[in-house]
Design a protein around this ligand. Structure first.
Ligand SMILES: [Zn+2]
Length: 109
């Protein structure tokens, strides 16, 4: 059964950017366009992201980067029309919350 996209989910606030991108498969561009991530290849301190609309970019892993902040705050101006991010994914994104310290006391989940 598919997971309910509107179900609230929580991530630690200090989650590394790469973990976040790998789980969400979303990437906010500098201009505020939210892209769908087709492939994500971590290469140590860098990762290569390829979006569904064919863009390739090299990104640095940082919890404090613009992209990490944008993903956590769910800021974006618009979803990329070429990436065709499905509605359920945007709903899932909207239902994701970040909490300081969350995850440090998780057991078996
Ligand atoms: Zn795109």
């Amino acid at each position: 059964m598919p997971t309910d996209p509107t179900k609230a989910r929580y991530y630690r606030k200090q989650i590394p950017l790469f973990t976040l991108v790998d789980k969400m498969k979303l990437w906010p561009s500098r201009r505020g366009i939210l892209h769908g991530v087709k492939t994500f290849e971590p290469r140590g301190p860098y990762a290569i992201i390829e979006t569904h609309c064919g863009r390739r970019m090299v990104v640095h892993d940082s919890k404090h980067s613009r992209a990490a902040r944008w993903l956590r705050n769910k800021w974006f101006a618009e979803a990329c029309p070429q990436c065709r991010i499905p509605e359920w994914k945007l709903q899932k994104y909207a239902a994701t919350h970040f909490k300081r310290g969350y995850g440090s006391h998780l057991r078996g989940e």
